[in-house]
Design a protein around this ligand. Structure first.
Ligand SMILES: Nc1ncnc2c1ncn2[C@@H]1O[C@H](COP(=O)(O)OP(=O)(O)OP(=O)(O)O)[C@@H](O)[C@H]1O
Length: 271
């Protein structure tokens, strides 16, 4: 292959990256080395899961990407920019808890990032309503958080993360506290949103089943300090649905991911 043909291909692959972490380590002030060295490249529009044992540094990795915390060494790059992005500026973050303001309406909860960004009220309300509609909560804009189920609260949290139209959605075990049926439903709705919105998603989970169902790639981490144990591509017919969840291919992938995760656990259940 001539140089003339090679160069554009290399450039295309670099610009197609949404996030890249190179040689990243994180040691907290108390001396705990949480992460690394950790290397990860996520392409634009990709859906990846970070899977690993408790305390292996999954949340730390998300926080470094979100710019909520600084790496001790190594580089975190967002798209073409040097250094991490910020929540509300290209990044949406969905935390383990919905963390909604109980004293105000669902619409106002979703509007918050726009309000903080100085977006005029009318525009903010319209965008909040659109985000609520995208997560199936168009009729609940005036409700208060206390009136909602756990799954609905998580949908509000997702709408709040989407309202700024971020390129990258970071999700930290968002569905861990939900019952299985609600979790399956939210998994399907998240996949539908991902397909329609084209966001890059980095999803943290403890669940082998969930990671295989949702992701194009499952990145399995070692015990602390978290490094990459395996990077497993999940290839199947899209869009995914119940057929995939009950297929032999799904079971095979779950076995493969579990096997990669096994060394990181010492006798604990992995599923
Ligand atoms: N602010 C902090 N100060 C000191 N240590 C911290 C801090 N945040 C996290 N840690 C420690 O760093 C390690 C990694 O934590 P982190 O929350 O990133 O792991 P995790 O894989 O997301 O865990 P889990 O799956 O239980 O949520 C843990 O040992 C944790 O106690």
């Amino acid at each position: 292959m001539s140089d003339a043909k090679t160069t554009p291909t290399v450039e295309a692959s670099l610009t197609a990256l949404a996030v890249s972490l190179r040689g990243v380590t994180k040691t907290y002030d108390n001396g705990v080395m949480a992460l690394g060295p950790f290397d990860l490249a996520v392409r634009k529009g990709e859906f990846i899961s970070l899977l690993g044992p408790s305390g292996c540094g999954k949340s730390t990795a998300l926080r470094l990407i979100a710019g909520l915390s600084a790496a001790s060494s190594g580089t975190v790059r967002m798209s073409r920019h040097e250094g991490p992005a910020q929540i509300g500026h290209g990044i949406g973050f969905v935390f383990q808890e919905p963390t909604l303001m109980p004293w105000t309406s669902v619409r106002e909860n979703v509007r918050l990032p726009l309000k903080l960004g100085g977006i005029p009220k009318a525009e903010g309300r319209a965008r909040a309503d659109a985000a609520l509609a995208s997560v199936g909560l168009a009729d609940f804009a005036n409700a208060f958080p206390r009136e909602l189920s756990g799954g609905m609260k998580m949908r509000v949290s997702l709408a709040r993360a989407l309202v700024t139209d971020p390129d990258i959605l970071l999700m930290d075990e968002p569905f861990a506290a939900l019952d299985e049926i609600t979790r399956f439903r939210l998994n399907n709705d998240l996949l539908a949103l991902w397909r329609s919105l084209g966001k890059t998603v980095i999803f943290v989970t403890h669940s082998v089943f969930e990671s295989v169902y949702l992701s194009q790639r499952v990145v399995v981490m070692t015990a602390r300090p978290g490094r990459i144990q395996a990077d497993i591509r999940i290839e199947t017919v899209e869009p995914r649905g119940e057929e995939f969840r009950t297929s032999a291919a799904y079971s095979d992938y779950c076995r493969k991911v579990s096997a990669a995760l096994a060394p990181s656990y010492s006798g604990q259940s992995m599923l």
